[in-house]
Design a protein around this ligand. Structure first.
Ligand SMILES: *[C@@H]1O[C@H](CO)[C@@H](O)[C@H](O)[C@H]1NC(C)=O
Ligand SMILES: *[C@@H]1O[C@H](CO)[C@@H](O)[C@H](O)[C@H]1NC(C)=O
Length: 514
């Protein structure tokens, strides 16, 4: 019996970690998680337990269009190779299952625990019908099956029109929920996840940060900096971003168990690209890292993406830390170290120092004899000698000469200085009038040395500038693979100088076995 059990466990663990079905649709991302088919939106219930990262997400099972939501489920041991599991939580008489979070109840505060060796995983979500109320469901077998709590909803509501996306975290000996309520977030506390008490609110009175859309999907991240504990509130805003549409803002502040306080009045962007919304973090992360994943699209055109049988894909998992730049604490975003699982060791190509010819086009792929549509590119430049309206562009091209470029615009601070330009990636208008071609982002750290990390997937690009102080994520839909790298120095006036200090082109592998 025991041997049979071991044998079955072995089969199960192989199935859960190694066998990935090949997905070869034209616009299928290969290193970003995407829904196998049908519709996906917000990440939900990101939680680590017993060697596994659980990723749930908003899912409409009927077709690749927006519709009534369930929580879908995928699992990973390394955050980059995912295995799909059956749908986790489905609609019932209380409504559809909208966004929320999940926690591990290590102390059996809920009384749900049966096996002393397996802690309950509790999902806290919005039940949406004629009103938005908060409910819970629990799993006693490591998120394989969820049971809805019979006392739902645990936080009833018939007052607030917008009252959703609960994110629950542990603070000392209680649970705290941060909830989006239209133009503010509200904080509630509980001892057992079943009964909740109002504590405070933040953001509307007085107004702080951006109010250009409805607030959604809040998160509270505890981040240490210089031995001191800060709290970062993430709030996704449904419209009005610098480049158009939805985006995520953040506040750096303090939390005392009851109230979040931040003196910040200005709007801070988690990232500037058009295609990152509703980022939330993993609960119970074993090393205390703050790892987030976002829905990689924009509220304005998410329903028009030309991806076929599936519509819904996610950003790479990212680690957030704080950094002091000129006296201000700002978020810094980087890839998780587990991303190394996607690097192909034999496809590492260093680049040496060189001066970029003014108005020169440097075909890097030709020089290296290496072409790939899945690459990670790291480049450091000295731009102190750039003059006038010069620009530095790092471009990925295909056989049809479609291109997507990222770079630095010198002397264009009014438009922000960092750009991603997908104007020439194909027919944008057929996707949406709002699928903006050229997007810009603000540089926080204005130094004569600039670094770029670019992760290029078949249909998505992630850009991390200055070690992750400026981040931009952008979808694109080319007709052929973007497999050639070219670096350009546009120099309308004489004497502009750009020096590549060092660089590396790293080939990546798909998360699927094809
Ligand atoms: C969890 O708490 C419930 C209610 O108090 C109790 O019945 C149950 O035995 C506890 N589970 C464990 C594993 O201690
Ligand atoms: C770069 O070189 C490769 C290999 O010779 C070639 O296929 C490609 O067309 C060139 N790209 C550009 C933009 O010149």
């Amino acid at each position: 019996m025991k041997q049979l059990f071991l044998f079955l466990t072995l089969i199960f663990s192989i199935a859960a970690s190694d066998v990935l079905v090949c997905r070869e649709e034209k616009f299928r991302p290969q290193i970003h998680f995407s829904v196998p088919e049908n519709w996906a939106n917000d990440p939900n219930g990101l939680v680590y337990y017993d060697g596994e990262y659980h990723f749930h997400y908003q899912y409409h099972p009927g077709n690749p269009n927006n519709g009534p939501k369930s929580w879908a489920h995928a699992v990973s041991t390394n955050l980059v190779i995912w295995t799909d599991l059956p749908v986790a939580i489905e609609p019932d008489h209380l409504g559809d299952i909208w966004s929320g979070s999940a926690v591990v109840d290590h102390e059996n505060t809920t009384g749900f625990q049966q096996d002393p060796d397996i802690a309950p995983i509790v999902a806290i979500f919005t039940h949406s019908s004629s009103s938005q109320q908060q409910s819970i469901a629990y799993s006693l077998n490591k998120a394989r099956d969820y049971v809805k709590y019979e006392g739902n909803p645990v936080l009833p509501n018939n007052i607030h029109r917008d009252f959703r996306d609960p994110k629950v975290f542990r603070y000392e000996n209680k649970w705290v929920m941060v909830l989006a309520a239209g133009d503010r977030v509200m904080f509630y506390s509980s001892l057992d996840l079943k009964s909740w008490e109002y504590m405070s609110e933040f953001g509307a009175d007085p107004p702080q940060g951006s109010h250009s859309g409805v607030w959604e999907c809040p998160d509270m991240l505890e981040i240490k900096y210089n031995g001191f504990t800060y709290w970062v509130l993430l709030v996704s805003v449904s419209g009005g971003a610098h480049n158009g549409g939805s985006f995520t803002q953040y506040y750096v502040g303090l939390f005392n168990g009851r109230e979040f306080q931040s003196s910040q009045i200005d709007t801070k962007y988690l990232e500037w690209g058009e295609d990152n919304y509703a980022s939330v973090s993993f609960s119970n992360e074993p090393r205390g890292r703050q790892i987030i994943i976002g829905w990689m699209t924009n509220a304005i055109y998410c329903e028009q993406l030309p991806t076929g049988i599936f519509r819904g894909e996610m950003t790479l998992p990212r680690v957030l830390t704080l950094e002091n730049v000129a006296g201000h604490l700002v978020l810094k975003t980087n890839l998780v170290e587990e991303f190394a699982n996607l690097r192909i060791p034999s496809q590492e190509h260093p680049l040496e120092m060189r001066r970029l010819e003014p108005n020169g086009y440097w075909n890097v792929s030709e020089e290296l004899g290496f072409k790939s549509q899945l690459v990670e590119v790291d480049l450091a430049f000295n731009i102190a000698g750039m003059k006038g309206l010069s620009a530095l562009a790092i471009c990925f091209l295909n056989r049809l000469r479609q291109e997507i470029c990222v770079g630095y615009d010198h002397e264009r601070p009014e438009n922000q200085e960092i750009f991603v330009n997908r104007e020439l990636t194909g027919d944008l208008r057929s996707i949406s009038d709002h699928f903006v071609g050229r997007q810009t982002g603000g540089r926080v750290f204005k130094d004569g040395i600039i670094t770029f990390k670019i992760v290029l997937d078949t249909t998505a690009l992630e850009l991390y500038v200055d070690g992750g102080l400026t981040v931009m994520t952008s979808l694109f839909f080319p007709d052929e693979p973007m497999d050639t790298l070219e670096i350009r120095h546009h120099a309308p006036v004489d004497g502009s100088e750009v020096l590549l200090l060092n660089g590396k082109i790293q080939g990546l592998r798909s998360m699927y076995d094809c």
